[in-house]
Ligand binder design. Structure first.
Ligand code: MLT
Length: 430
């Protein structure tokens, strides 16, 4: 009996199983990626600091990942609660919904966010902009060339690499076959389009993550003009659009004439309404956007969504509907006012330190110019000496080296305290 029991234990624990090796080759594109994804890496360094210095762990303030901190306001919360409650009734229960999203929510997005510039049937509701970028990549495939702003939100780059659109990373930290569009103080963080090689797909984010730069109407017109001349698709990331308060600054690429034939827009309720954990976003693919063979991009995206996605959660879509009522939109404005107030404090920190900066107006991100200092070293010094988590610009691509991103997604008290602590570290910036 003892022998039989040992044999069973062995097979459960794997102790007596002969060595086995998979005959499945690793997707070589994953080998090209540089280390882990940026934000988990920042989290890992924060935890390592807390383990090494547990007495300081409680003091840590995060101005790192752009994660919302303020509670969901009452009317929007009521939308989520009523969406959940309905599921407990025979009349209100619903199972699978349309993969493209609830028809009422699609039309509210078309009307209330886009003022009717796009049609409800062009809006695809989803679980967030980041997930939609991956699904767009699934649609574009591996043969396209992509262009990214440098620095840029890492998702555009990493998903292009995963899809096999790029070669290996070169000595300058840039992937072969990916077009980098430098964005720096000298060009006011807007790429020199005349010096940019053609790409099939251009990822463009405004208000920008990480630089906080906001593209003017004239700049977006030049982007659309270039995309039209080249027959390229602009994937416009408008996730931070509600932070725009300056009159005349476009909140959507579809405010630009000619964009309907060359642009897709990804967007999200995450930063609008504190939905980073709730998960709800959308993508607009105009009916007028056609591939070289005349087929509609929208039809292919619809195919992706119906095959690889089952629709956003019905509970969450009910919350999204509440966001787009008069009361919900007022609540969103108040949330954004709060974070913009924080951004002003962080801009004040740049002034305290005598550092040039971009962003923090019409944007939740402040991008500090470290005047040639290493961004990872500065990140580490600020964590060690002030217990404040920031994001090193180099994490957003080679063009981000020499900069540090501060996020206004924190409590007011945290921003004030972080400013007080960091502004004392004048020796770091002397
Ligand atoms: C950021 O910190 O850049 C954002 O939180 C990332 C995201 O929205 O995925």
């Amino acid at each position: 009996v003892g022998v039989v029991v040992l044999g069973l234990v062995g097979s459960v624990t794997g102790l007596s199983t002969p060595t086995m090796r998979l005959r499945v080759e690793r997707n070589a594109n994953f080998g090209k990626l540089q280390g882990g994804y940026l934000f988990p890496e920042i989290g890992r360094r924060r935890r390592a600091f807390a383990e090494a210095q547990p007495e300081l762990a409680e003091r840590v303030i995060s101005l790192g990942i752009g994660d919302t901190t303020q509670p969901i306001p009452p009317n929007i919360l009521e939308g989520l609660v009523s969406g959940a409650s309905k599921l407990g009734t025979s009349d209100g229960y619903s199972g699978y919904g349309a993969e493209q999203g609830n028809a009422e929510l699609r039309s509210r997005i078309a009307e209330r966010v886009y003022g009717g510039r796009v049609g409800a049937e062009e809006v695809f509701v989803s679980d967030g902009a980041k997930c939609d970028i991956s699904r767009l990549q699934l649609m574009f495939g591996s043969a396209v060339t992509s262009a990214v702003q440098d620095p840029s939100y890492p998702v555009y780059v990493d998903t292009s690499v995963m899809m096999g659109q790029t070669g290996e990373v070169g000595p300058a930290g840039q992937f072969e076959k990916l077009v980098y569009m430098p964005c720096k103080p000298e060009n006011e963080f807007f790429p020199e389009l005349s010096e940019t090689p053609r790409a099939d797909v251009i990822y463009f984010c405004s208000p920008n993550n990480p630089t906080g730069a906001v593209a003017t109407k004239a700049q977006l017109e030049s982007l659309v003009e270039r995309a039209r001349a080249d027959g390229s698709i602009v994937v416009f990331d408008a996730a931070y659009a509600p932070f725009i308060r300056t009159p005349g600054v476009p909140k959507s690429i579809f405010e630009i004439e000619g964009a309907r034939e060359c642009a897709i827009e990804v967007n999200s309720f995450s930063k609008y309404a504190g939905f980073t954990g709730v998960r709800l976003g959308w993508t607009v693919v105009p009916d007028t956007l056609e591939y070289a063979d005349g087929s509609k991009v929208r039809d292919d995206f619809n195919r992706v969504m119906t095959t690889a996605f089952n629709g956003a959660s019905n509970v969450v879509q009910s919350g999204g509907m509440a966001c787009l009522t008069d009361e919900g939109m007022e609540e969103i404005d108040a949330l954004i006012d709060y974070y913009l107030g924080n951004a002003q404090i962080l801009r004040g920190l740049a002034d305290d330190l005598g550092l040039r900066h971009c962003g923090g107006i019409d944007s939740p991100y402040v991008f500090l110019d470290l005047d040639g200092r290493s961004s990872w070293d500065t990140f580490s010094a600020i964590l060690e000496e002030a217990q404040v988590v920031t994001i090193p610009g180099a994490g957003f691509g080679p063009g981000g080296e020499g900069f540090l991103r501060l996020s206004a997604f924190a409590s007011r008290a945290s921003c004030e305290e972080a400013r007080a602590r960091i502004s004392k570290l004048t020796h770091l910036f002397a």
